[in-house]
Design a protein around this ligand. Sequence first.
Ligand SMILES: C[S@@+](CC[C@H](N)C(=O)[O-])C[C@H]1O[C@@H](n2cnc3c(N)ncnc32)[C@H](O)[C@@H]1O
Length: 203
Amino acid sequence: MERKEHWENVFSTKTEMEVSWYQKYPKTSVDFITALHLPLEARIIDIGGGDSYLMDALLDLGFTNLTLLDISAKAIERIKSRLGDRASKVTFIVSDILDFMPKEQYDIWHDRACFHFLTKANEVEKYSKIVSQAVANDGKLFMGTFSDAGPKKCSGLEISQYNMESLRFVFERDFELSGCFTEAHQTPFDTIQDFLFCGFKRK
Ligand SMILES: C[S@@+](CC[C@H](N)C(=O)[O-])C[C@H]1O[C@@H](n2cnc3c(N)ncnc32)[C@H](O)[C@@H]1O
């Protein structure tokens, strides 16, 4: 099954509580973003945001320049419907990240559990080039992937696990690692998935 077809199928057939990555409140991501003390006009993009609650949380905090990119039109339809009138405050982009041609630059690039689906070296290289084009001077990167103690698959697809060194290696040409930590994510099925989160700043 093609990548897009896979994700359209997931968001057409499963409820939010039927997917392992569900979080009622994305505290780790919100904490990273708020700790930067950026102005509310900061340009923030969430890659593979799906219908997660990050946009809701950032709108609640007053952020005004939000973009969500996802390969699945169905996921975007779902989050738009949940946000209602507030959806007009978010820019939505339906695209495979590897086809994304950024038209503007972002102060924060956030990715929780999207990048790790890119398992081929040329895909990882392409992603890192797109990040380099899209992130502004002084911009920050916050990446969440499965750690090397985490699952080997997500949504039935192969993923690449990372540790601090291997994630640093992907982005080190243009980004300096600020820090990493692992986190045990509790799925709606009461299983645990070990995530690695790393923050980077532009060199
Ligand atoms: C595991 S879910 C994580 C969703 C969200 N980031 C969260 O934390 O709840 C992966 C998301 O990435 C999207 N995705 C997967 N591959 C993608 C790609 N190549 N380009 C853009 N989005 C992609 C999927 O549609 C899905 O919404």
